[in-house]
Design a protein around this ligand. Structure first.
Ligand SMILES: [Zn+2]
Ligand SMILES: [Zn+2]
Length: 414
């Protein structure tokens, strides 16, 4: 039976991801949402025909729509333990913000949880005649690259992947055992090179120190998952001597990550750094904390909601303060608009963008391409036009692969 690969999400941008591998069995990998004001879902699938559902990692663009599958579905869901627990936190938050637009409830996520099978990296899971294996993706704790073996074909989905070591995580595992017939590869930063990470850290810490010594406050809006903890660890490693404050969902996620130490590079360091930070839970404390110089880590990373928006409004009108955007800023997001806005520097806080990315850049993606065994067809996804074209060029010219740039709803024979 021919094996087909369907792109149910939007592979031509960084957004909702969903891939269906079909043959004698039907396996769905990821089912994410675009979080606009009204969330956008991938194409619908008939859950009664699904044999397996797999979640690569706990970001909403990869799993935000997954409870929808369990309104009436009961297929096994393969994921890591950490992915399930982070998803639980993010789904509850997502439902609070967008509940009125959703056709599932928390009870459907609980049904997904009941059908969960926890995967370990590098250990093959056999389900009837299907083989599934996870490799560490180095992107966020518990993130996985997914290998599917079906009807004689072997497919690798990189998920979101980072080939660089960070303070929080070890890099992606590229030591593959299999030969691949098809590879679905992400391309978020496929046309750029990351700046030197240690140099970025040094500059960040130095500017943060300067700000506080001048009587200002530093705000770091950061994603609750992984980036908030990475910032905490960077400050800890550089022996940052001023008060560090953590707010909101970042606290809940950090506690959860500490309970899943095996997915972290050094759980002890994160525990020490977290113990030293002041945790903020209440509005009264938020109002207090902005009165004294300190460094505040608060979600959300793109300023689309969460306590970072409150702090931004409090801090932006004082030129002594500094705001660091440290992650991906989607086109149209408040964070991106802030970076692109014209500002009078004498009246406003200093706004900087320092990239501590959790995705491979063009060098990292080339490294992945060169690590692949076999002669796979390459499908470039999860990136804008320029990024995808550059990965397309690298895959053809450096490795001689046949490359495809799939679009929403397209189906390919493997
Ligand atoms: Zn991700
Ligand atoms: Zn993603």
């Amino acid at each position: 039976m021919a094996v087909k690969l369907s792109f149910l999400g939007e592979p031509d941008k960084v957004g909702r991801s969903a891939y269906l591998v079909s043959g004698s069995r039907n396996i769905l990998i990821d089912y994410g949402v675009d979080i606009d004001k009204i969330p956008k879902f991938p194409k619908t699938v008939s859950v009664f025909e699904l044999d397996l559902f797999i979640i690569s990692h706990a970001h909403l663009d990869h799993m935000g729509a997954s409870p929808q599958l369990y309104v009436s579905g009961n297929m096994p869901c393969l994921l890591t333990h950490s992915t399930l627990d982070i998803s639980d936190i993010l789904i509850r938050d997502f439902m609070k913000l967008s509940g009125e637009y959703l056709t599932f409830e928390y009870i459907d996520f609980l049904n997904l949880e009941r059908n969960s099978n926890f995967m370990s990296y590098r250990i093959r899971y056999g389900y009837r005649d299907v083989g599934i294996k996870f490799y560490d993706a180095g992107h966020i704790p518990g993130s996985a690259q997914v290998v599917v073996e079906l009807d004689g074909k072997t497919i690798l989905y990189t998920g979101d992947i980072n080939t660089y070591e960070t303070r929080l995580l070890t890099p992606a595992d590229l030591d593959y055992d299999e030969e691949f017939d098809a590879v679905v590869i992400e391309s978020t930063y496929g046309d750029t090179r990351h700046p030197d990470r240690f140099e970025s850290e040094r500059m960040f810490v130095q500017l943060a120190r300067e700000t506080i010594e001048n009587g200002g406050t530093v705000l770091v809006p950061a994603f609750a998952v992984a980036r908030s903890q990475e910032i905490l660890l960077i400050l800890y490693e550089h022996r940052f001597e001023y008060p560090v404050v953590m707010d909101g969902m970042a606290i809940e996620v950090t506690k959860m990550l500490l309970s899943h130490g095996r997915y972290l590079k050094d759980v002890k360091k994160l525990r020490n750094a977290f113990d030293k930070a002041r945790k903020i839970y209440r509005w009264r404390e938020r109002k207090e904390v902005v009165k004294e110089p300190c460094l505040i880590i608060a979600p959300a990373g793109m300023l689309g909601g969460g306590s970072s928006v409150y702090y931004l409004n409090k801090l932006i009108k004082n030129p002594k303060n500094r705001i660091f955007l440290v992650g991906y800023q989607a086109p149209g997001s408040p964070g991106r608009s802030l970076l692109e806005s014209k500002r009078d520097e004498r009246k406003m806080a200093d706004i900087r963008y320092i990239r501590f990315s959790a995705h491979a850049d063009s060098i990292g993606i080339l490294k992945i391409l060169k690590s692949l065994n076999g002669d796979p067809k390459i499908f470039v996804v999860h990136g804008n036009k320029e990024s995808r074209l550059n990965v397309d060029m690298m895959a053809r010219e450096c490795c001689g692969y046949k490359v495809y740039l799939p679009r929403h709803g397209e189906v390919y024979k493997i």
